[in-house]
Design a protein around this ligand. Sequence first.
Ligand SMILES: [Mg+2]
Length: 306
Amino acid sequence: MPGKFPQLVERSHVKEFLDSFDIVLTDCDGVLWCANAPIGKANEALNQLRALGKKIFYVTNNSSKSREEYAQKCKKLGFIADKEEIVCTAYVTALYLKQKNFNKKVYIVGASGITQELDNVGIAHTGIEPEPFSGDVFDLKDTLKLDPEVGAVTVGLDPYISFPKVMRAASYLSDPDCLFIATNTDEKFPLSSSNLVMPGAGAIVKCVETVAERSPVVMGKPSVKMFSSIRDQYQLDPSRTLMIGDRCNTDILFGKNCGLHTMVVLSGVTEMKDLEAWAASSDEEKHKLLADYYLPQLDDLIPLLE
Ligand SMILES: [Mg+2]
């Protein structure tokens, strides 16, 4: 049986669509912006949804920034945003460790978003400085010293990933009591109008995972952890919540895992031909990637809201 192709949001049923949710969770890269520029008038579209009374949360797998920094980026690009509305994997990682009453040190393969969020909950950390290397790798056997305080390894996007860092992470993880956390497993970043492919955190997670021969607990979408972190606090009703995303194996699957309405926009990773292929497939796993609704890009909502 083929899958159900997502419905284009159109004027004829836009009222029904808008009445079906009170809460909007939106992915960021590929939906709202690409690198450091808004995608069309995505800011206007989202701000209009807010003006209609919708509660907005920015739900991003990107671990490079803290909630504070994300709120600043949103504002800079014209999106109304408050720190409390940001759900990023650096924050969810810190929350996860806090809830476990973790009291050792975290070795981070990642960026300053994670250190800031750990600082906010009072958890010690080490590791985000570049650790470049040249020479004979076997010399590391004598020079690389491990910190006995480390009790967890967190892996996210680290632009300074290097051989010693992977070696360090895997060495800590050889202790089965050492926690292994991945912020997210996104393969790559959406880069519009470029033939360059930018690695995502998933590339680095896989690298550490391969060497450590262990699998991490993943914080990011499609894991429900990104929703449970706000669901209880704000008493969110999944059946009144819309998830908007551009990557179906994270955003849309996440929405389905949490029982939310879903909408894919084609301004990032997913293309029309992907939707067509998944809908035509008889594989039910592919059907899970099909959102309820689609739009070419978020600002296509604007004329429908008038
Ligand atoms: Mg995205």
